[in-house]
Design a protein around this ligand. Structure first.
Ligand code: CTP
Ligand code: MN
Ligand code: MN
Length: 510
């Protein structure tokens, strides 16, 4: 008998190859295998990889364009297809076999790749080509038209809740991932009824797909339902519902056992000015603002603006400009067609509003934006540098605005009239209003930047940076290749600079 060692050395043509040694020359150059670790597990994958190599197969560690056979264990065809879509494999490459482990084991026994039979192929539901075309969705939200007609509210509400929770936990990356997934579903022309309809769609990560599947299979997502019951989540929502309270502050209070507004009020904490106003007007500020209320406030702000600077212009921005019927606040952009005339405008507008008793609270921040010759230092470094006023308006209730009822005021010597106030109801409500003043030369950028949605804006900036080597903010667009700022006097021009089809505000509801 030839000793094992000798036999190996002598048998240079043999298939034998010990673990850890260099693999023999590939015997099947046209076959390039990739073993999917998902559900197979890392150690079994490593074992099978070595086995394949010992038999003269080429087995790659990572997925690439050249892979010809993907081997999976315990995965459904749809799962693998979804994974494959996330690999951004270019179209038109070599045909790719998605195979069950049975093809691999049979080939190992045979010592060569066995012909691919139907029973080796992962079972996938037939792709309806027409359906795939209808649902082909570009990956940046700013390349899509997203109206307020959302056909998938059950799915998007669930994903938005998970996004909100991630943001409340200071995990913005996860939050954005859920927001992107929700935005893709918002853009679909029909309600999703089964997972196969999601094939080929961008931005749907494993976690989001799991949530969607749970809802399609069981009517609700167990993760979302248990989150809704979670005490910590509920406390975070209540506390961040206070104007001026962010995720970090809320968490600090929760760690001290403060979970409710009542507990916050009794805690003896010194609140800053924002937070004091937030607690005082908590109920009003957490009640949605209607379009009618936004219109009423627009009338007031317009009056203030023309009173202090006759040529100045005011534009409703934010959600209401996108056609939303309710909002958490009302946003306005103020400018003056004569560059420079906008200087000092904010303080005059605010003084006018204060003198008329329209403001319950205001905090104004100065404009600190300066254009640098070398372009913006960081994409975000020049964000939010406009002169800006966070305010809380005192808005007369609708019936009070339209027609006030008066009775003789016995307390007044002049026999004047006093307004009737229904007992127990205050005749006004508090409304959050954002005012921003922009120089005329930056108006188009400010308008685009303050119209939202937040995700739409984020995607515009991401596309500018990643696809165009440009940097966009609410003041300017800088082209790093040409090393110069690109001017624009309308939103249309900015879309054109970015190589994008123009999307009107009503279709920016991503
Ligand atoms: N925005 C901003 N910088 C901030 C706050 C807001 O640029 N510090 C922009 C957002 O990107 C968004 C717009 O201002 O585009 C409006 O923000 P917001 O009022 O928070 O959202 P809306 O879309 O108006 O939603 P809602 O109706 O709930 O107010
Ligand atoms: Mn808003
Ligand atoms: Mn706002």
């Amino acid at each position: 008998m030839v000793p094992l060692k000798r036999r190996r050395v002598a048998g240079s043509n043999s298939e034998a190859d010990g673990a850890g040694e260099a693999p023999p020359p590939a015997r099947f150059p046209r076959v390039l295998l990739f073993l999917l670790e998902r559900k197979m597990g890392a150690s079994r994958r490593a074992f099978l990889t070595q086995l394949g190599r010992r038999k003269g197969f080429r087995v790659e560690e990572s997925f690439s364009q050249s892979i010809t056979h993907v081997i999976c264990e315990n995965n459904s065809g749809d799962e693998v297809r979804t994974w494959l879509n996330s690999q951004h494999r270019a179209q038109g490459g070599a045909p790719l076999h998605l195979l069950d482990i049975s093809w691999f084991t049979e080939s190992m026994h045979a010592g060569h790749p066995v012909p691919v039979l139907d029973r080796h192929k992962l079972q996938e539901q037939q792709i309806d080509e027409a359906e795939v075309v209808v649902c082909s969705v570009p990956s940046y939200a700013c390349q899509r038209r997203t109206t307020l007609d959302n056909n998938n509210t059950i799915l998007t509400d669930a994903l938005s809740l998970l996004a909100e929770n991630a943001e409340l936990c200071d995990q913005d990356g996860r939050g954005v991932a859920f927001r992107r997934a929700a935005a893709v579903l918002k853009a679909l022309p029909k309600a999703v009824t089964c997972m196969t309809q999601l094939r080929g769609l961008p931005c749907l990560g494993e976690h989001s797909l799991r949530v969607i599947k749970d809802i399609l299979d069981n009517g609700a997502s167990s993760e979302v339902e248990s989150l809704k019951q979670c005490e910590r989540y509920k406390a975070r929502k209540v506390l961040t519902g206070v104007f001026g309270v962010g995720a970090k502050t809320a968490d600090r209070w929760i760690r001290e056992g403060i979970h409710t507004l009542h507990q916050l009020r009794n805690s003896g904490h010194t609140l800053n000015r924002d937070q004091q106003a937030g607690v005082e007007h908590y109920d009003d500020l957490n009640q949605p603002v209607s379009k009618a209320e936004a219109d009423a406030i627009e009338e007031i702000v317009a009056k203030a603006v023309v009173s202090v600077s006759p040529g100045a212009q005011i534009t409703l921005t934010g959600g209401f400009r996108r056609g939303k019927l309710t909002g958490h606040d009302v946003d306005f952009l103020i400018t003056h067609p004569e560059e420079g005339m906008e200087e000092g405008l904010m303080s005059k507008v605010v003084s006018w509003l204060e003198s008329q008793g329209f403001l319950l609270y205001q905090k104004t921040t100065r404009n600190s934006y300066l254009e640098s010759k070398d372009g913006p230092a960081r994409i975000t470094s020049n964000m939010d540098r406009f002169e800006r006023c966070f305010s809380i308006f005192k808005l007369a209730k609708e019936d009070k605005r339209e027609e006030k009822q008066f009775v003789p005021d016995v307390s007044r010597e002049d026999g004047g009239l006093a307004e009737i106030k229904p007992a127990g109801h205050k005749p006004w409500r508090a409304v959050r209003v954002d005012l921003v003043v922009s120089p005329f030369s930056q108006f188009a950028f400010a308008l685009l930047g303050w119209t939202g949605s937040k995700l739409f804006e984020r995607e515009l900036r991401r596309l500018a940076g990643q696809e165009k080597a440009m940097s966009l903010n609410s003041h300017a667009l800088y082209d790093s290749t040409q090393q110069r700022y690109l001017r624009a006097t309308s939103e249309q021009e900015i879309f054109a600079h970015l190589g994008l089809e123009y999307i009107p505000p009503s279709e920016r509801n991503a």
